[in-house]
Design a binder for this molecule. Structure first.
Ligand code: SAM
Length: 352
């Protein structure tokens, strides 16, 4: 085993394995795309044009996933996010999450979802130990929701959000991709939500990814532009990021004037892969729905872990692939330098 990537991390007198890459980044977070299928057709992510979906046999089975994640946890992975595609369209996901919860060393299981089936699964997810949810929501207008996603389901998603908040999931993060000319007139309304609801609103810069992307400079809004727009509502005060927090920069939103139905302070986050590259803090590894390991969302380099699994690979073979992928993790991406799509894989397969 390669010693470069394996350090001992002593915390509270407990020694834990830690995976460290060539640039001294500790890799503790695995994002897993459970399926490339999605029940929505967001115009910037997965339009109808993408027809060649993976067959069931092409996806890693739950047994294969549990094996890989178990080995990754032994090596030092502490946090797993289930994403896709839409993870809640994969059958028996609740049983799978129960299995994940039994993996020793895994401290945190999170889910990213479009929320459509969340109401149905909320209790099961809660029982399985999931507490942290990211829900993608690009608009608060039902008609616009239909235009963006191709489905008239805003009310259903909103009801799911209210349900999970009232059940005690925390944090519930609402992810909105800021798209100029599409939803930028709602930036302030989203920020206000953090004052009226127990949610954290997170603004994501639109990235040039995949064939489906309608990305262009004209559609892109930088974090600075977003912050400028929401400053009419209040002041932003940076919050120290917590253990295992992702790349979002989090702020308290302190309103200029407080209405009776508002909390005193809301919390908003900004994910700024283009304007504030966070590669030096990136702690992520990805497992795509095709069973490939990928160390950077924005680089098409992948290792075929499924091939190793299905050729009868031993646990050591799998560990070696995990370690090698981490060793090959690039220092950073070059998105700022090129106004073009430089990640050709689809977000739904890689796992957004
Ligand atoms: N179906 C789930 C959902 O909707 O949350 C999980 C998968 S989806 C691909 C994950 C996230 O990726 C969503 O928040 C989506 O808005 C975001 N996303 C997709 N394409 C993107 C792009 N080009 N730039 C920024 N975010 C993108």
């Amino acid at each position: 085993m390669n010693k470069i990537v394996h350090k001992d991390n002593i915390q509270n007198n407990v020694s834990q394995k830690q995976l460290v890459d060539m640039f001294d980044r500790s890799i503790s977070y695995l994002r897993v795309s459970l399926t490339d299928q999605c029940n929505l057709r967001c115009l910037y992510c997965s339009p109808k044009a993408i027809k060649d979906k993976l067959s069931c046999g092409e996806l890693l089975s739950y047994e294969e996933l549990l094996r890989v994640i178990g080995l990754a946890a032994e090596l030092g992975i502490r946090k797993v996010r289930l994403t896709g595609g839409e993870p809640l369209v994969r059958k028996y996901i609740d049983n799978f999450i129960v299995g994940l919860g039994k993996i020793e060393g895994l401290e945190d299981i999170r889910l990213t979802t479009n929320g459509v089936f969340l109401g149905k699964y909320a209790e099961k997810l809660y029982q399985a130990g999931v507490r942290k949810l990211n829900i993608s929501l690009d608009t608060l207008k039902p008609e616009r929701f239909k235009e963006i996603t191709g489905a008239d389901l805003f009310d259903k998603v909103w009801a799911s959000i209210e349900k999970v908040v009232s059940m005690g999931f925390h944090p519930v993060k609402l992810n909105m991709v800021a798209l100029k000319g599409i939803n930028d007139d709602e930036l302030v309304d989203f920020a206000r939500l953090s004052l009226t609801h127990n949610v954290q609103v997170r603004y994501i810069e639109f990235m040039p990814i995949g064939k489906a992307s309608l990305w262009s400079r004209e559609r892109y809004l930088s974090t600075e532009e977003i912050q400028e727009k929401i400053s009419v509502l209040g002041e932003l005060h940076p919050v120290q990021s917590a253990h295992m927090d992702g790349p979002a920069r989090i702020f308290d939103l302190i309103p200029h004037s407080v209405r009776t139905n508002e909390k005193k302070t809301g919390r908003v986050g900004f994910i700024s892969p283009i304007s504030h590259q966070f590669c030096e803090r990136c702690n992520r590894l990805r497992l795509t729905s095709e069973g490939k390991l990928r160390s950077c969302l924005l680089s098409d380099n992948e290792t075929d872990l499924k091939a190793v699994l299905r050729a009868g690979g031993s646990d050591d073979d799998i560990r070696q692939v995990l370690i090698q992928t981490i060793l090959d993790k690039p220092k950073g991406h070059t998105l700022q330098e090129k106004d073009k799509v430089n990640c050709h894989g689809e977000m739904s397969r890689i796992g957004g």
